[in-house]
Design a binder for this molecule. Sequence first.
Ligand code: PGA
Length: 259
Amino acid sequence: METIVTTSRQQTLLVADAIEHVVSAMPTPCIGVSTGSTPLPIYAELVRRHLDEGLSFANAHLFMLDEYLGLPEGHPQAYRTFLDEHLVGHLDIRAERLHGPNVHARDIPAECAAYERTIESLGGIDLQVLGIGADGHIGFNEPGSSLGSSTRIKTLAELTIADNARFFTDAESVPRHVVTQGIATIRRARHVILIATGAAKAAAIAAACEGPVTTTCPASALQFHPHTTVIVDEEAGANLRFSSYYKATFDNKPTWQRI
Ligand code: PGA
């Protein structure tokens, strides 16, 4: 893992640069997009680059990481609505290029399998942007998730329900079930960028980067990934113990090359 401890502003710019690089360099770029509060400044920066600098997403495909089950279509907290509101709706990309399993279908496992086939048929994900839960989850792969898992239905952990209650009227309104890309799905992305900000993520980041690879911290599975970049602010990076990280500056930028 390449681990970068920096300011949240630089985190935003570095991740936006990485996405811009893929979107500009590839004929059919495939980007995995996550939800939650952490990527919001990155999406705002991409929208700004599109509006002010003409960065085009017309050839891109975007792939959802996860989605709640049981919310009506168009629900303000559905992740498709979130991505439409904060990203897709402001870009030059057709709505059908935001891919995700149809969580309103009758046969959800069949939808999950179809989603895996869609990702594969479009050439796989070039760049996956990921947040991390305070419990170490990636996507909605909660502690205990199989490190070899594909897209499937999961039940949320109590900590995640409590964390996400801030987006709903109360914890009771948070759906208990979700569909999420599996850990193996995430690991098939050619480049993964894991982002975190704030002290609440410090323990999870230390466990993910420097702890044992274990299902009790699903993000630790990324230690086996050939090209993962972890970009955190000082607070989220506070528990990292080893010198394998550096403080990025604009003169000391990662190159985003595949290894
Ligand atoms: P957050 O969520 O960005 O809102 O902290 C991240 C996650 O739970 O994966």
